[in-house]
Design a binder for this molecule. Structure first.
Ligand code: ME8
Length: 530
């Protein structure tokens, strides 16, 4: 029976536009979704925007427009950026959607009726950037560790959710299910949080102070705390599409480490109180930094995805993001490292194999595929290199080690480039008697390109599509991951024209290209050589 998977990104705050951090999460989710879809699984990807709360109300105020108008504008920017960079989501949810608002109010009504919501006194240190309270112990030198700002002292009567009642159950579930939160370091962090008293969760804000939110269904003097509202999107988004029953049990959330506590502690307790099963996986990644500091909208040191796409092409950006960051750890963004990856891996590794193979096919055989025989052990080794790449890719991607998965494909690509050097078809071709062997070698190279394109399709979709067209394969055949080596190209099959997949990027030494919040943006010093 084909499997099923429901993949979610965080719902991004609409206080500013998408940047490299949110782009990374969405590229990972999009690649993971394409990977599962390609393997025949029923796959659903949800993304969207988080639109309520103090942080958004403040952003709207400083923009001088109503919150409604403000969130509509930024949410549509998010949507259009994801569309322009090729994020293939199945549903885009806004927490201001009427369906979501009703869903949140229904859940609140149920939890209230069951006795898990009570009215009490609230006080503590609140970070508006994070939209949550901090304990003294979590602060660093009295400041929020994410935003480096001083939290505000809040004290007011509010509604509370009996979160602590579910603490032991959540901890037991995490202990019994080692892959519930991954990688492992974040599981340990979550367990450490759950070994301390977690207290109950304040889930309302008085309208006298904040009007921008979902009204509490049992008290019109209050709105719902933004996290209690936003987390429920993961279920309401499915319900809006009639897919809650079949997809909720296979939910796989992707988040950055900044929102571990809300997803590992708040969210499971809410699900238990609301009577829903727990999600299947919480997948947590690290931060992209710039000069060692977290890249963030609030700190203003961000890189914009559209600028990167326009300069380098989206597949190059996707490759860099997936290859450079070990999922779970932090990574520092530098444009020089991106350029190095483009030149070394994409232009030399993959691009070179494609242009050499296709050019020789046209030069020696007018683009017509020759039989795969006569073969030697070099050919068997090449086929085995790609079979191994396929196995390793699957293992690593299932373990979220995207960088290792890509590395495995590049090991096979290196083997293919070495195969060309070792077998030297350009030398053999000088002797007409050797042309059948030259044809067999180039057939092996075409198979290398075909398998690479299939394996890379989830990660570099545009490149895979260009390779498919250049190889002259129809979509149905290209979609078949079960094709054996030698089965894709019948003798006489005509390939398309040579392509230049990734032109090398030449830069003037040390010049900064794509701006980082406008601070280091200099003149563009990039030249492309095809
Ligand atoms: O937290 N490196 O929204 P948000 C890597 N609305 N990833 C980063 C990053 C960085 N420097 N900066 C941001 C919220 N991200 C809530 C979520 S979910 C129900 C509500 C990514 O706009 C990463 O995925 O602050 C992080 O968790 C998320 O953006 C935070 O987005």
């Amino acid at each position: 029976m084909p499997g099923r998977i429901y993949i979610t990104t965080p719902l991004y705050y609409v206080n500013a536009e998408p940047h490299l951090g949110s782009t990374y999460t969405n590229v990972v989710c999009d690649s993971f979704a394409r990977f599962h879809r390609q393997r025949g699984e029923d796959t659903f990807l949800l993304t969207g925007t988080d639109e309520h709360g103090e942080k958004i109300a403040e952003a709207a105020r400083s923009a001088g427009i109503s919150p409604q108008e403000f969130v509509a504008g930024v949410s549509s920017t998010f949507r259009s950026v994801w569309d322009s960079v090729g994020i293939g989501y199945d549903h885009f949810i806004r927490t201001s959607d009427p369906h979501h608002v009703r869903f949140v109010q229904d859940v609140l009504t149920r939890i209230h009726a069951s006795g898990d919501i009570y009215f009490g006194a609230y006080s503590g240190l609140y970070c508006v950037g994070c939209e949550r309270l901090y304990t003294e112990r979590e602060l660093v030198d009295g400041l929020c560790p994410q935003h480096l700002t001083k939290p505000v002292d809040v004290s007011e009567p509010n509604y509370f959710f009996r979160m602590e009642k579910y603490q032991d159950q959540v901890r037991a579930h995490i202990e019994a299910n080692p892959d519930f939160i991954r990688p492992d370091g974040y599981r340990s962090e979550a367990l450490a949080m759950l070994r301390e008293p977690i207290g109950d969760l304040c889930i309302s804000r008085p309208k006298s102070r904040l009007e921008w939110g979902i009204e509490m269904p049992f008290d019109d003097g209050y709105v719902t705390y933004v996290w209690f509202d936003a987390l429920l999107n993961y279920v309401s988004g499915l319900e809006a599409r009639g897919r809650r029953e079949d997809l909720w049990p296979v939910a796989s959330h992707f988040i950055g480490k900044d929102i571990l506590k809300t997803h590992a502690v708040f969210w499971p307790t809410m699900l238990l109180a609301a009577g829903y099963p727990l999600y299947r996986h919480l997948n947590v990644h690290g931060f992209w930094t710039s000069g060692g500091q977290k890249m963030s909208k609030s700190l203003g040191n961000v890189v914009k995805p559209l600028e990167l796409r326009d300069t380098y092409g989206m597949d190059a950006v996707r490759y860099y993001l997936l290859r450079e960051m070990a999922f779970g750890n932090d990574a520092d963004f530098t444009e020089q490292a991106l350029i190095t990856r483009i030149n070394a891996d994409l232009a030399n590794g993959l691009g070179n194999l494609a242009s050499r193979t296709l050019a020789m096919m046209h030069k020696y055989f007018a683009g017509e595929v020759q039989p795969l025989d006569p073969r030697t052990t070099d050919d068997d080794d090449l086929a085995e290199a790609f079979a191994r790449a396929r196995r390793d890719l699957d293992t690593h991607v299932n373990a979220l080690a995207f960088h290792r998965g890509l590395e495995a494909v590049w090991r096979a690509l290196d083997a293919a480039n070495k195969y060309i050097v070792t077998t030297a078809p350009f030398t053999l071709a000088k002797d007409p008697a050797q042309l059948p062997r030259v044809g067999a070698i180039l057939h092996g190279c075409l198979e290398s390109l075909r398998v690479s394109a299939q394996l890379l399709a989830p990660f570099l979709p545009d490149t895979a599509e260009r390779l498919r067209a250049a190889l002259g394969l129809d979509e149905a055949r290209f979609a078949d991951l079960g094709l054996t080596w030698g089965a894709a190209f019948p003798t006489g099959h005509r390939i398309g024209q040579p392509v230049s997949l990734f032109p090398r990027v030449e830069t003037a030494a040390g010049a900064a290209k794509v701006g980082s919040g406008g601070k280091t943006g200099g003149s563009t010093a990039i030249e492309r050589r095809s």
